[in-house]
Design a protein around this ligand. Sequence first.
Ligand SMILES: NC(=O)c1ccc[n+]([C@@H]2O[C@H](COP(=O)([O-])OP(=O)(O)OC[C@H]3O[C@@H](n4cnc5c(N)ncnc54)[C@H](OP(=O)(O)O)[C@@H]3O)[C@@H](O)[C@H]2O)c1
Length: 243
Amino acid sequence: MELKSKVAIVTGGAVRIGQAITLALAREGCDILIHYGRSSGPAKETLASVEAIGAKATIHQADLSDPDAVRGIVPAAVSHFGRVDILINNGAIFLPGGLKETTQDMWERQFAINLRAPFFLCQALANQIPKNGRGAIVNITDARIFRPAADHVAYRLTKSALLTMTETFAQDLAPRIAVNALALGAILPPPGKGEDHLRKLSQTRIPLGIPGDPDMVADNLIHLLRQDFLTGVTIRIDGGEFL
Ligand SMILES: NC(=O)c1ccc[n+]([C@@H]2O[C@H](COP(=O)([O-])OP(=O)(O)OC[C@H]3O[C@@H](n4cnc5c(N)ncnc54)[C@H](OP(=O)(O)O)[C@@H]3O)[C@@H](O)[C@H]2O)c1
């Protein structure tokens, strides 16, 4: 897909990995709806950075756990830019907890934000791309799903289902919309942990011996979007950690 002048939505596009994706799309000449939840300051700063690159953007607040708010995201982009071509489902939460510790509230919040919101955003995108149109979806999942373990159990289930959803919609939405995923390893430390955490992890657990970074994610995302013969594909960006 030629990316210049395409319209993209990036959920959680104001901070961390989402921000790197937003800026990479802007450098490719995309117009972008930068979705955010709580990060209104970073959203305005990211908007300014996108405009400094020379691309167009708008910011849009929506709580991904609220179905009504999710329903408003694609229409907001359409009312600003006239259409949407690309959806990046990046926004998510990552809660600890195995079987014993996971409460119903933790389960429901993670499934709502990490899975229900991406599902209905895919539906909304598919509904607004015309019969003979072309679009692309990239779901951001987690490479740890390739090696099941008992920690972060509800989170893992949401990200496993996101992979299944990617393959299902790749079939369902072809040939109009390519649906692919990026499965991330150690890219940025989780809240409360510093860079040291990733450095140590990279020395002990990552075959390639280095942690990832958000620009590696963004580079792979741009590569994926440019491919005309890929759908239902998941690129692992994990330095081999979960092989
Ligand atoms: N960090 C890693 O190394 C790593 C590893 C594997 C997978 N991943 C995946 O990569 C993606 C980005 O990771 P990250 O570390 O950059 O995530 P993060 O720092 O935790 O940021 C999460 C993003 O999701 C948005 N979000 C969360 N809950 C929301 C809600 N209720 N409503 C609206 N927005 C909400 C946040 O927006 P606001 O800040 O505006 O609220 C934020 O932009 C996620 O899908 C994550 O699962 C990351």
